[in-house]
Design a binder for this molecule. Structure first.
Ligand SMILES: C[S@@+](CC[C@H](N)C(=O)[O-])C[C@H]1O[C@@H](n2cnc3c(N)ncnc32)[C@H](O)[C@@H]1O
Length: 388
């Protein structure tokens, strides 16, 4: 790969002689040329900036030195990167893509930026990218060009001694990297997690994946698909509380989504949860102890219970369809059981006779089949003794 850098502070790029980029140059993988933009000025003061048209504070970089540099460096067909806080945020995915290009030309701005016509002109001759290092303002584009160069160059095939180390890194699989440890196994009373010393590669891989997922959920939930953002391991991040009137709209919406699945699994059953109105749900808050679970504001689960004789009758246990299968339903069942008042000596609930997943979960939780439910054809009653 050939990289040309245009800057009025070329000394900024001396770190590129060091470490891995230096090695890449030595190996012939990287052909790097740093140019002082001032060599393409024509006045004796080597001026690269002027006052802005329309007034305002600061100076703007003049177009002529850039045009002269582009001509002499023959940017035609190259990828020209203007580093700017108004550009697209730089990402690992972008780095991967740029690593496949044959030639990159960095145009580093200073002052209030570069005359817009320079960018427009470059776009007629080259593939132009405007890239930001992040949502903050630097004094110049050099630090951004350095960072982008380092991220891109280490992805050039043959650059890294052990390419496997690239695959495991933060952002490569959409997750942040898991925590890493080295010898000694105990240091200042802090121990390396036992699983890493176990030699069990499957268990290590599983632990690392879970750590990466958890770290990403905590620090960068924006990177996760919503369905990955919640598991029973994230209970601390969940708001669990008694339902209030303001929850009713979302409870009804969730109820319809969840019982639509039930209706599909049990086509012969008339599913009451699908036919209730908003007023019915409001009314149910009086008759039942209803609790809701929210994750980052979103209502993701709900359940309710009420005392029927000596049984704590559990109903409307629901988890948003995209979050099912990760233990939340099982946890919610134990939670609603824990809400049972003193007199309750057993738990009871019913579900569709063909709701295989529900039946499996209830069985695992210790519930036994008690046959059909009076007045609800196609449903089965399940009960469990309460253990104090
Ligand atoms: C002081 S900044 C100009 C900021 C400009 N007035 C604005 O508000 O967008 C000078 C130069 O630093 C570079 N720069 C500043 N922040 C940057 C960032 N977050 N990413 C990439 N380049 C940046 C750009 O090359 C920019 O032209």
């Amino acid at each position: 790969m050939r990289i040309d850098v245009l800057s009025i502070f070329p000394d900024y790029f001396s770190p590129l002689e060091l470490s891995l980029p230096g090695k890449a140059r030595a190996k012939g993988l990287l052909d790097l040329h740093v140019h002082d933009l001032r060599q393409w000025t024509t006045d004796k003061h080597h001026t690269t900036d002027d006052t802005p048209y329309g007034g305002g504070a600061g100076m703007v970089m003049k177009p002529e030195p850039w045009g002269n540099a582009f001509d002499e460096l023959e940017i035609d067909g190259a990828t020209v990167i203007f580093t700017t806080p108004s550009g697209a945020p730089f990402t690992q995915e972008m780095a991967r893509e740029l690593a496949t290009h044959e030639r990159l030309v960095f145009a580093c701005g200073r002052y209030e930026g570069i005359d817009q016509r320079v960018i427009e002109h470059a776009a007629t001759r080259a593939d132009v990218r405007e890239i930001s290092l992040g949502d903050y303002v630097l004094n110049g584009g050099e630090v951004a060009a350095l960072a982008i160069t380092e991220a891109v160059v280490r992805l050039i095939p043959g650059f890294m001694g052990n390419p496997e180390s690239l695959a495991e890194e933060s952002h490569e699989d959409g997750l942040l990297e898991y925590p890493v440890f080295t010898k000694p196994a105990a240091w200042r009373e802090l121990e390396v997690p036992a699983v890493l010393l176990s030699g069990n590669h499957a268990a290590i891989a599983e632990w690392r994946h879970e750590q990466a997922r958890r770290r990403t959920a905590e620090r960068r939930p924006d990177l996760l698909h919503p369905s990955q953002a919640v598991t029973v391991g994230d209970l601390d991040a969940l708001e669990v509380r008694a339902a209030i009137r303001g929850d009713v709209g979302e409870i009804l919406t969730l109820q319809r989504a969840c019982w639509m699945q039930e209706a599909q699994a049990n086509p012969d059953i008339e599913v009451p949860a699908l036919h209730e109105s908003l007023d019915d749900v409001v009314g149910s808050l009086e008759a039942w102890t209803t609790h809701v679970v929210r994750h980052r504001g979103r209502l993701i689960a709900s359940c309710r219970g009420r005392l029927e004789g000596s049984a704590w009758d559990i109903g409307r246990l629901m988890v948003a369809p995209d979050l099912q299968g990760r233990g939340l339903g099982r946890w919610l069942l134990a939670y609603v059981e824990s809400l049972a008042p003193e007199p309750a000596t057993s738990f009871s609930l019913f579900t569709g006779a063909s709701s295989t997943e529900n039946l499996r979960m209830y069985k695992k939780a210790g519930y036994r089949h008690r046959g059909a439910v009076d007045g609800v054809p196609g449903a089965v009653l399940l009960t469990k003794r309460r253990i104090f």
